[in-house]
Design a protein around this ligand. Structure first.
Ligand code: NI
Length: 253
């Protein structure tokens, strides 16, 4: 069994979510964590987890989606975080890719969400783009755990995040020929620190690159990791599923 620990399977991107779920089951992808980014997608997460047994949710506010952010959204998180199928706060973090971004606002809202994760003892799913050092400095101040989604730092940075309680989300980029950096990370970091993810509909793995991504493609990512580490895809499946189960509580009722 495989788990997709990070994707955005929303009606905005998929005409037929029933079909996505069916394809996942066929490919042995039996749990997928759909991550909200703004108030509307977070509300859809709550609907999806009710409708589909294989779908679990993370709710949170993404650093590039904060223009219309309202203080009451923190209450929204607190009101829904105890839903047994909401397994994390995410997708949250820092994104300095765009020049006009308000870094202070991003940091403040990130920290407020970390406080909520701390209060309810929930794991977090972290987005970090052009901001890895600031992300690390903030997380180091907390005693939390979770996933550094779409990890793109160095082997040294990977080790630092692991030391403070995080696993590394590895997705479709690992299948790209020019992804030297992340291949080095996967080669040098023990499989016990790695989580599988697709970030669907983005970052589609080879050979479907250029098309829309789907959590059903998780085995392609697992296969590439198996090749790099010279182990079987079965080992990748077993260990990464156990890793995800160590972080996310899929069994609370
Ligand atoms: Ni994402």
């Amino acid at each position: 069994m495989f788990i997709d620990t990070h994707c955005h399977v929303f009606s905005e991107y998929y005409d037929n979510i029933d079909e996505v779920v069916n394809q996942c089951k066929k490919n042995n992808v039996n749990r997928i964590i759909v991550n909200g980014c703004d108030i509307n997608s977070n509300k859809e997460v709550l609907e999806l987890v009710n409708k589909y047994d294989v779908i679990y949710g993370a709710i949170g506010f993404h650093p590039t989606e904060l223009d219309d952010f309202k203080d009451e959204y923190f209450e929204f998180l607190e009101n829904n975080i105890s839903n047994p199928k909401i397994v994390a706060i995410g997708e949250i973090g820092l994104d300095y890719y765009y020049d006009n971004t308000d870094k202070d606002k991003q940091k403040e809202i990130f920290k407020r969400q970390l406080d909520i994760a701390n209060k309810y003892n929930k794991p977090i799913i972290v987005h970090s783009r052009n901001s890895i050092q600031d992300t690390y400095n903030i997380l180091k101040e907390y005693n939390l755990f979770g996933s550094i989604h779409c990890f793109s730092g160095s082997v040294e940075m990977a080790r630092e995040f692991i030391k403070i309680g995080y696993k590394l989300g590895i997705g479709g980029i690992i299948t790209y020929k020019n992804a030297k950096n992340i291949r080095e990370v996967v080669k040098n970091i023990d499989l016990s620190h790695i989580l599988l993810e697709t970030d669907s509909p983005y970052l589609t793995p080879v050979p479907y690159r250029g098309k829309s991504n789907s959590p059903e493609y998780i085995p392609l990512i697992a296969n590439t990791i198996a090749d790099i580490k010279n182990i079987s895809i079965n080992d990748v499946s077993e260990v990464t599923t156990a890793n995800a189960e160590e972080i996310f509580d899929f069994f609370s009722k």
